[in-house]
Each structure stands twice: as structure tokens, then as C-alpha cells.
Design a protein around this ligand. Structure first.
Ligand SMILES: NC(=O)c1ccc[n+]([C@@H]2O[C@H](COP(=O)([O-])OP(=O)(O)OC[C@H]3O[C@@H](n4cnc5c(N)ncnc54)[C@H](O)[C@@H]3O)[C@@H](O)[C@H]2O)c1
Length: 334
């Protein structure tokens, strides 16, 4: 146990979701008490295993404040609650802005009223603009094209304003592609609808869906498919522990990428799935999707310098193996 959180309460807003559950486990593994605030809009009751739970819908300002009051001596707050499905954001921006931006505003106001000062915020590489300059540095212009990315950037700005005016200490983590599952097999990725490549490809391998689609096979990459930075969810959880330690050491504000710095193509993912599962992944080549960049991978150096964070679990085989173990359990496969 590198950093001891014994006796410290951390409020995990969105703790019933994919990444949130792994953050809760990491905090409990370090002796802390993770308190999940969630409305189960996309999270799961069965994923709340390591600490108390409060039903909270961030869109409701008054009841959000009441929940925070119960934990007003908390050491820190981790904010993961969000609408995340990019396509839904394009069709229903109203619901996205309400849930993400107004939800974050209500959370910040509750923290301000109770003088809770430490916030770790889940942002995303989707806040960056279109660029060919890889790896992506934090100094890269942020000009998101999706509604999802725009809501996350609006929240980043709001947090910076609360830091400047009210002394909020914050760490904004811009995650790249979260993937894999806890090595226990107890928690993993369970989005509905699922839009992420690895769980979709595992379902195709398991014969639980028809052929999957690979969007774009004519990109300027070695195999023609898009390249992304897959970071194991246990590493993302570890980045939060590094963040809590950085607060303890006096860090007041930062924005950092949370990625591996390695780019992996869609077809490399499918090949690793075939190797790990021993099953073929049937796919059809589909046209490119608007807005998909050819390459997207992090420069991870700033996270190392500022938080002392480096990825330890993110080799591709481990990502696929842990995801497969988790999904085999969920799908009752032998
Ligand atoms: N999964 C990724 O690859 C990825 C990449 C970059 C950033 N992120 C960010 O990480 C965070 C977590 O992502 P995830 O994949 O775990 O998503 P998720 O959907 O599994 O988890 C989100 C959680 O927030 C809860 N929630 C949503 N709106 C709420 C509200 N109004 N009040 C209370 N709870 C609410 C949901 O019920 C769910 O438990 C999100 O903020 C997302 O934008 C994720």
C-alpha cells in the first residue's frame, strides 16, 4: 500500500459506473472509505461494493447539497458522473448539457457551500481539437467537435474559475480510451448501449451478436484502421490515488493526460482478441465516421512529472484478458 488513506472519506460521484467502481476499489485498497453518489442512470447497484451509497441525481441542486452535507468532512471529491454516449449528445444536446454542465455546477456549488476543496474531475481526450500532432500534449488547443467534448470543456473552464475565485484545488484527468477490467473479475465495463470497441468485439467473438463494423479501413495507418490509446481502467483508478497523494503534498491545480502514449489500431485489438479468446471476430468494413481522427494518443509525461503516474497494467494482452474474464462471467460462458 503505497499511499495510506486510512480513515479518509472520498466522495465518488458516479461511483456505480465502469471507471467509478474501479476508483472505489482502489480507494478501499488504500484503506480509504469511498462513498458512492449515483442515480444509476447508467451505473449498476451490483458495482457498489466497497463503501456507503447515497442516491444522488446531480441535476437536483437541493438534494445534491443535502447528500454532501452528510459527508462534509470528506477529504476529496471525485467527479465521474456524466452522460458519455457521443451519438446521443449530438441528437439530444439539451439532456447532455443539463446532466453534464448543470450537474457539475450543482456539485461545485455544494462543494463551495461546504468548503470542500479537493476535486478530481474526469475529463477526456475528446476536449482536444482536430490535429495531426501526436502524441497529444496538454497544451494542444482544445476545440472539441462533439457535444460530449464541449460539455467536458465547459466543465474544465468552470472548475478553473472556481479555483481562481474560491480556492478550489483540482486535478483534471483527461482520460484516453478506458479499457480492461479489475483482475478480480468482479467489476468491468457494462455500458448500455455499448459503443466501445473492445466489449463489442468480445461479444462478436462470443457469438452474442452478428458481425461488428470497423469504421474506416482506408486511413493512413499501417493496417488502414484508426489508432487509439487504450489505458487499463485499473491504471486510471491508480491515477486517482496519485491525485489524492498530490493533494496531500500541496498540489492546487493541474490538467493532465491519462494515457499510455502507445497507439493501437482497431485491427490490432481484434487480432489480440482472437489470440486471447481463441475465437474469430467477424467484422465488416464500414465507411469512416464523421469526426473520427486517424490517430489519437497521449503524451503521458506531464502525468508522470506532476502526479508521479505511469501506467502499469495497460499492455494490450492484459487489457483484453481482464475484459474477457469479466465478460465471460457476465455472459455465463465457460
Ligand atoms: N469510458 C471511457 O473510455 C472514458 C474516456 C474518457 C473520459 N471518461 C469519463 O469518465 C467518466 C466515467 O465514465 P464511465 O465509462 O465509467 O461511464 P459510466 O456511464 O459507466 O459511469 C457514469 C456514472 O455516472 C452516473 N451518473 C450519470 N449522471 C448522473 C447524475 N446526474 N447524477 C448522479 N449520477 C449520475 C451513472 O449512473 C454512472 O454510474 C465520465 O465522466 C466520462 O466522461 C470515460
Amino acid at each position: 500500500m503505497a499511499f495510506d488513506l486510512t480513515g479518509k472519506t472520498v466522495i465518488i460521484v458516479g461511483g456505480a459506473g465502469y471507471i467509478g467502481a474501479h476508483v472505489c476499489k482502489a480507494i478501499a485498497d488504500h484503506g480509504g472509505i469511498p462513498v458512492t453518489f449515483d442515480n444509476f442512470s447508467s451505473g449498476h447497484e451490483h458495482a457498489v461494493k466497497w463503501g456507503p451509497f447515497e442516491t444522488v441525481d446531480l441535476r437536483d441542486k437541493a438534494s445534491t447539497l443535502e447528500a454532501f452535507k452528510k459527508y462534509k468532512t470528506a477529504h476529496s471529491v471525485v467527479h465521474l458522473a456524466s452522460s458519455i454516449e457521443v451519438g446521443i449528445g449530438e441528437k439530444d444536446p439539451s439532456g447532455f448539457y443539463e446532466n453534464n454542465v448543470i450537474g457539475a455546477f450543482n456539485l461545485l456549488e455544494a462543494m463551495r457551500e461546504l468548503a470542500l476543496t479537493n476535486l478530481i474531475f474526469s475529463s477526456t481526450c475528446a476536449t482536444y481539437g482536430e490535429t495531426d500532432q501526436m502524441p497529444l500534449l496538454e497544451s494542444q488547443v482544445q476545440n472539441p467537435f462533439s457535444v460530449y467534448g464541449k460539455t467536458k470543456l465547459a466543465i474544465e473552464h468552470m472548475i478553473q474559475s472556481y479555483h481562481n475565485a474560491y480556492g478550489l484545488a483540482y486535478i483534471t484527468l483527461r482520460y484516453f480510451n478506458a479499457s480492461g477490467a479489475d483482475s478480480s473479475g468482479l467489476i468491468g465495463e457494462e455500458h448500455d448501449p455499448e459503443t466501445h470497441l473492445i466489449p463489442i468485439a468480445l461479444a462478436a467473438a462470443a457469438g452474442l451478436r452478428g458481425k461488428m463494423k470497423i469504421f474506416g479501413t482506408d486511413y493512413d495507418t499501417p493496417d488502414g484502421t484508426c489508432i487509439r490509446d487504450y489505458i487499463h481502467v485499473s491504471d486510471i483508478a491508480g491515477a486517482h490515488i496519485c491525485g489524492l497523494k498530490a493533494f496531500a503534498n500541496g498540489l492546487k491545480s493541474t490538467e493532465v493526460n491519462i494515457g499510455t502514449g502507445q497507439g493501437v489500431s482497431n485491427l490490432e485489438i481484434l487480432q489480440m482478441i482472437e489470440t486471447v479468446t481463441g475465437l474469430p471476430v467477424a467484422y465488416d468494413a464500414a465507411p469512416r465516421r464523421a469526426g473520427d481522427l486517424t490517430r489519437l494518443y497521449a503524451d503521458p509525461e506531464r502525468a508522470k512529472e506532476v502526479l508521479g503516474f505511469t501506467a502499469k497494467h495497460s499492455n494490450l494482452e492484459n487489457i483484453i484478458q481482464t475484459a474477457w474474464t469479466f465478460h465471460r462471467g457476465v455472459w455465463n460462458l465457460k
